[in-house]
Design a protein around this ligand. Sequence first.
Ligand SMILES: Cc1cc2nc3c(=O)[nH]c(=O)nc-3n(C[C@H](O)[C@H](O)[C@H](O)COP(=O)(O)O)c2cc1C
Length: 172
Amino acid sequence: MKAVKLYEIAPDVLSRMANGGVFLTVKDKKGRFNTMNIGWGSVSCYWNEPVFIAPVRHDRYTYELLQDADSFTVSVPLDDGLREALKIVGTRHGNEVDKYALAHITPLDALSVDGKVVGECALHIECRIGLTMPMEPSAMAEAVRERWYADGDFHTLYFGEVAACYRTDIDD
Ligand SMILES: Cc1cc2nc3c(=O)[nH]c(=O)nc-3n(C[C@H](O)[C@H](O)[C@H](O)COP(=O)(O)O)c2cc1C
C-alpha cells in the first residue's frame, strides 16, 4: 500500500468519473452500507485541505444512508475491468438487491473512517463529511434546472475532508 496525495491523483479520478464512473460507498451509524456509481464530483481544496465533493440525488438509497453517516469513501478503478460492476451499482438500488453479490465486488473495511471501500479497486479516497449542502433551486440558472432537474430531484453536495488517500496495487 502506498499513501498518495489527492491532488496528484486528480487526473485519474476525473478521467475515470467521466468514463464509466467510480464507486461512492456510504456506511451509516446503524452499520448499513451501500455503494453506487458517481460520474460527477470534485477534487478540490477547502479549509486549506484536500476535499472531495460528492453529489447525490435524493431518490438514491445512498442518500438515505447519508442522513445518518459522517463519512464516505470513493473507490476508483484504474482500468476497465470493473465496467460491468459500475453499470450494476449505477442502475440498481441497494435497498432492493444485494449489489455486492450481483456486481461481484467486495466490501472491505476502510482504514481511517468507519466505512467500507470496494476491494477490487486500486485507489481509494476516505472522507469525513465536513459540510452537507443541498442545492438551492432558486439559486440555479433556469437552463441548468430545466436540463438536469426537470423532475425536481436535486443533488445534495457532500464535502468530504480527506482522511486517507492510497493505492493498494503498489508499495511505499
Ligand atoms: C455512469 C454513472 C454515473 C452516475 N453518477 C451519479 C452521480 O454523480 N450522482 C448521483 O446521485 N447518481 C449518479 N448515478 C446514478 C446512481 O449510481 C444510481 O441511481 C444508483 O442506482 C443509485 O444506487 P442506490 O439507490 O443504491 O443508492 C450515476 C450512474 C451511472 C451509471
